[in-house]
Design a binder for this molecule. Structure first.
Ligand code: PMP
Length: 431
């Protein structure tokens, strides 16, 4: 097939007629599939059922240092959980605080804290006339939702294949002291799946923000989530790099075991400098007497150590790798040569990013919905839900079965072709 733009109006009309007939057949299948969020499938959840067996009524719930996990105490987490999460996050256990069941919750709380209490003694952000955040786009909708909730003005910064455009980040951050933070998903990013290059991480660590209370919100949600054993992305560890650069307090790093064990029932953690740690603990001690230590112990006993976790992640990869490959194969089979879309080929994480022709994403997602497949809403990958090009679509392949995913992706490419043919026909008519 030749590119759609090179087709005559007659050829395109014929193509559109054929595609519409195909679409009617798909609608008659009465599919009901939700691919809206990137969540693990049932087989993945089953991998962690052993966690239910490591503790029972006869278990000794005493930690190595003698802490009784059944009682109050250990505000920053039990030592063995700090060690496990320390290995997972590549940070020293002493720089880690173990939180509750959600890292997103910790990110919200962190902004809430600086909103009312500032950063290391700075003016609380709520007292400032304007607070701005840089938002690499496409990015994670729930990050943007948090900053929107606090009325923080979000400034989009384009992503490149090596991470956010650092020329823009450096310029904006050094010139404007109302810019107080940036959202980052540095590894197997949500939604593009790309990982930041060494140069990007080094430039982050060497930022010279005009605002002394500027912080990088480094959400390493997918640090362990490789698809391939022999093709992994490696990231320079940001805390160590900031320290080397003489900027030790620049970053708050977040992670959780949500997509390692059970989303919503895992453990979350922050890694940061000793100075920042004081801020975190000063709030934490008013928020709680301590988090769920039994769950921390359950995780530690289930994995044993980081090697247990690495082995566990290999099992996740074995389940979801064929799904990622299926998405890419179907996109290539049905769209190659038509010049109506591009997509990423991540080596890990939970998403593939599809870029349609400008102005087509909303229509593609709407066509999918009418065919029975819910996708992440078009625009969700941008602050305020507004993608100015209307072209980003986040594909979340993990939850459906392979068979469902095959049908969904055949339908997706059909919808992409319909929306693109219509757009090009409209453009030709307007000439
Ligand atoms: N950060 C990113 C980048 C995510 O994709 C997700 C889950 N979709 C989260 C955070 C949520 O993590 P948690 O369950 O720990 O709140």
């Amino acid at each position: 097939m030749k590119p759609y733009v090179e087709m005559t109006v007659e050829e395109l009309n014929q193509e559109l007629d054929d595609l519409k007939k195909e679409y009617k057949k798909v609608q008659a299948m009465d599919m009901q599939l939700n691919m809206g969020r990137g969540i693990p499938c049932i087989d993945q959840l089953d991998l962690s059922m052993g966690m239910m067996d490591v503790l029972d009524s006869s278990s000794d719930l005493t930690c190595e240092d003698g802490t009784d996990c059944r009682n109050y105490g250990q505000l920053t987490g039990i030592q063995e959980a700090r060690e496990l999460l320390g290995d997972m996050m590549e940070n020293n256990p002493k720089d880690i605080i173990i939180y509750g069941n959600s890292s997103l919750n910790v990110m919200f709380d962190t902004i809430s804290r600086v909103w009312t209490h500032g950063v290391m003694g700075s003016t609380p952000w709520c007292k400032l006339p304007e607070v701005k955040f840089l938002c690499p786009v496409p990015g994670y909708d729930r990050h943007f939702a948090i900053t929107q909730y606090f009325g923080i003005k979000m400034i989009p910064v384009p992503m490149t294949p090596t991470g956010p455009d650092m020329d823009i980040v450096e310029k904006l951050v050094s010139e404007d002291d109302t810019i107080k933070g940036i959202w980052c998903v540095p590894k197997y990013s949500n939604p593009s799946g790309i990982s930041y290059s060494d140069e990007t991480v080094r430039r982050f660590a060497r930022l010279k923000p005009a605002a002394p209370d500027f912080r990088i919100f480094w959400d390493n949600a997918y640090g362990m989530h490789h698809l391939y054993d022999d093709h992994q992305d490696y990231l320079i560890e940001i805390l160590a790099e900031c320290k080397r650069a003489g900027n030790p307090d620049l970053v708050y790093k977040f992670a959780s075991t949500s997509k390692i064990t059970f989303p919503g029932s895992g453990i979350a953690a922050v890694a940061t400098s000793p100075n920042n740690m004081v801020d975190f603990v000063n709030t934490l001690k008013f928020q709680t007497i301590g988090h769920d230590k039994v769950n921390q112990l359950r995780h530690v006993r289930f994995f044993g150590d980081i090697h247990g976790m690495v082995e566990h992640m290999r099992k996740h990869a074995a389940i979801i790798r064929p799904k990622f490959e299926m998405v890419e194969e179907t996109l290539a089979k049905n769209l190659n040569g038509l010049d109506i879309g591009t997509w990423t080929s991540p080596r890990g994480g939970y998403f593939i990013l599809f870029d349609s022709l400008p102005g087509c994403a909303k229509e593609i997602v709407a066509l999918m919905k009418k065919a029975g497949v819910i996708m992440t809403p078009a625009g969700a990958t941008w602050p305020y839900g507004k993608d100015p090009n209307d072209s980003n679509i986040r594909i979340a392949p993990t939850y459906p079965t392979l068979t469902e995913l095959k049908t969904a992706m055949e339908t997706f490419t059909l919808c992409v072709r319909i929306a693109s043919a219509k757009k090009i026909l409209a453009e030709k008519a307007a000439k």
